[in-house]
Design a binder for this molecule. Structure first.
Ligand code: KG4
Ligand code: ZN
Length: 334
């Protein structure tokens, strides 16, 4: 069974051809990051226009790379939300057109569901139930995944998403956008010598990044005022350590609370090298089976959307041509 996955929820246009739900035949990503970099963040209108420019060609290239033709497609999966409304619509219109022209089923996929299912692309997929931690540029959520399509949000960020916090702190430190990979890189040259405050929220599985972000901001401001050099690598390493330790602590709290032995981590921030090291160390110690996709599947891509779409379709879920973009789509909502 061949599924095409189309992802246009933010600043990456991506198309993938997937065989039988886990074999990636092609997974092309056209990143707009170089364009948005000049603005220091994603400009929604610019993102939509670029999706329009590249999507049709990307679909052709993904088919070519997979050595398939339009007639070989059995299922069309597309990101329905959450994301930027204009950007989402570009992918959805292309997917609907394919569904109508090829007379093949259409399935709308929640972008977060896609991130979770990036972990099902290997040979040894996770078994239900499991705890999923999504850490991306737009989301930070702890989810109890009971089955395909059955999700319970256990906790989430009260302000910025983890990736957003990395991006903003990078900006304070004068690093490039997107800041996550920059902080990851420069942290390797620094030491976590600054003690940023512990994160406290009323609900134990919620998280908040505004305190630590402000702490970085004040530290840099005070050092500048005193005419001192900014130890960028040390601040980056300290910030990264604090954030990862907080994410880790809550993940294990969730695992213990529900007595679950499988942890799935996904989203752009999951490709952070310190996060990967610490999650692996703790999982080994605590006998937890840990899943983190390879970096190219952590960030936004069409393969994860195709994979989630395939599994949902196998479970009996399906969309129709009334499928609509929903920028605030909740997990489990259809
Ligand atoms: O999942 P993703 O590609 O897009 C969203 O759905 O948001 O995540 C992008 C986010 C950005 O904020 C980026 O800075 C962050 O993931 N990111 C990282 C790393 N690589 C990407 N954050 C920390 N360390 C990294 N190595
Ligand atoms: Zn994403």
């Amino acid at each position: 069974m061949i599924t095409i996955g189309i992802e246009t929820s933010c600043d990456e246009t991506s198309v993938s051809l997937l065989e039988d739900g886990n074999k990636i035949l092609s997974n092309l990503v056209s990143s707009q990051v170089e364009i948005h970099k000049t603005f220091g963040g994603v400009v929604p209108e610019v993102a939509s226009r670029i999706h329009v420019e590249v999507l049709n060609r990307l679909i052709e290239l993904a088919l070519e790379k997979a050595k398939k033709e339009f007639k070989d497609i059995d299922l069309i999966a597309v990101t329905q939300g959450p994301g930027l409304i204009g950007a989402l619509w570009i992918g959805i219109m292309a997917a609907k057109t394919l569904s109508l022209a090829l007379n093949k089923p259409l399935i709308g996929v929640n972008h977060l569901e896609g991130h979770i299912f990036a972990n099902f692309l290997g040979e040894d997929p996770p078994t239900f139930p499991f705890i999923a931690l999504i850490v991306s540029g737009g989301h930070t959520e702890y989810i109890l995944v009971e089955d395909i399509g059955v999700y319970k949000i256990l906790g989430q960020t009260l302000d910025d998403a983890a990736g957003e916090a990395f991006d903003k702190v990078a900006r304070i430190l004068g690093l490039n956008y997107p800041g996550g990979p920059e902080i990851d890189k420069i942290s390797k040259m620094g030491k976590p010598i600054f003690n940023f405050p512990k994160i406290k929220c009323d609900r134990e599985l919620d998280i908040s990044f505004s305190g630590i972000k402000t702490a970085v901001l004040y530290l840099v401001r005070d050092l500048k005022k005193e005419g001192k050099e900014i130890p960028v690598a040390d601040i980056a390493a300290s910030f990264q350590e604090r954030v990862v330790e907080e994410l880790l602590e809550r993940a294990f709290l969730a695992l213990n609370k529900f007595n679950i032995k499988t942890l799935v981590v996904s989203g752009g921030v999951a490709s952070n090298s310190y996060l990967q090291r610490r999650f692996k160390e703790e999982s080994r110690k605590e006998g937890i089976k840990l899943y983190i996709p390879p970096p190219y599947l952590c960030t936004d891509n069409g393969a994860m959307i195709a994979c989630a779409g395939y599994h949902l379709y196998q479970k009996g879920y399906k969309s129709d041509l009334y499928l609509s973009a929903n920028p605030d789509l909740l997990l489990g909502e259809r």
